[in-house]
Design a protein around this ligand. Structure first.
Ligand code: 8X3
Length: 252
């Protein structure tokens, strides 16, 4: 079987890095992209050392010219694109939130996904069997106080997946949305709370087993490796202790 290629954005840490590991193990040549070149170079070296095919390409998905230049470097067809780059900034109510935070979140979660998807769509279609994965969030399906700009941005990512699936119906490209709930990663909550480790830790306080990046990556790899006529439209993945954004079992 010829080599199949998967491009993963935000592959420097968390769900992106874990997804790169899972897809490499599933036999894909993985192209890792993220802003932090040292991290993706290290991961590519680790995967190569383990006998997989992996390359790194530094990329800021909000920079359209850089995304287009990256797409030109991608050799041949692309079977899988995982739009993972994203994140939250702040937890302020709508009344007082900083519009700059909202703009940043829209840029990375929505426009970043748009840029990379547009740039790689010819290579995905050209593969004859392409898959676009959009990492949204349970914040893309429901809202909560203080979720504000993140909830708005993730609803945007959700809508990209829904719309693209309609528009590509008949083309050889699936669109899969994975919407994780509470996932404990090294960076998500710390970034949201601007480096405040205490606030970040409080998100997971008393929750026996929040999801890990590996749990979500496993889910993504499962959805991607279904037979190509099977389109997993939307997977909502939460830890057992979380029944909704509001209902979290904590043992304190
Ligand atoms: C992360 C889930 O609950 O912090 O995408 O919005 S939540």
């Amino acid at each position: 079987m010829s080599t199949r290629t998967a491009v993963i954005t935000g592959a420097s840490s968390g769900i992106g890095a874990a997804t790169a590991r899972h897809l490499a193990a599933a036999g894909y040549r993985v192209i890792l992209t993220a802003r932090r070149e040292d991290r993706i170079e290290a991961l590519a070296a680790e995967l190569t050392e383990a006998g997989h095919e992996a390359v790194a390409h530094a990329l800021d998905v909000t920079d359209r010219a850089a995304v287009d230049a990256f797409a030109r470097t991608v050799d041949g067809p692309v079977e899988v694109l995982v739009n993972n780059a994203g994140g939250a900034l702040g937890s302020d109510p709508v009344a007082t939130a900083d519009p700059a935070d909202w703009r940043t979140m829209y840029e990375v979660n929505v426009l970043g996904t748009l840029h990379v998807t547009q740039a790689l769509l010819p290579a995905l279609t050209g593969s004859g069997d392409g898959t676009v994965v959009v990492l949204s969030s349970t914040a893309g399906l429901a809202t909560y106080e203080g979720g504000g700009g993140y909830v708005a941005a993730k609803h945007g990512a959700h809508v990209i997946a829904e719309t693209l699936r309609l528009e590509l119906c008949g083309a050889p490209v699936r669109v899969i949305e994975v919407a994780p709930g509470m996932v404990r990663t090294d960076e998500f909550a710390v970034t949201r709370f601007r480096g405040d480790e205490e606030k970040a830790a409080a998100v997971y306080a008393g929750v026996a087993e929040p999801l890990t990046a590996d749990d979500v990556a496993d889910t993504i790899a499962w959805a991607v490796t279904r037979p190509s006529h099977v389109n997993i439209d939307l997977l909502v993945v939460r830890p057992r202790a979380q029944a909704s954004n509001y209902k979290v079992h904590r043992e304190l």
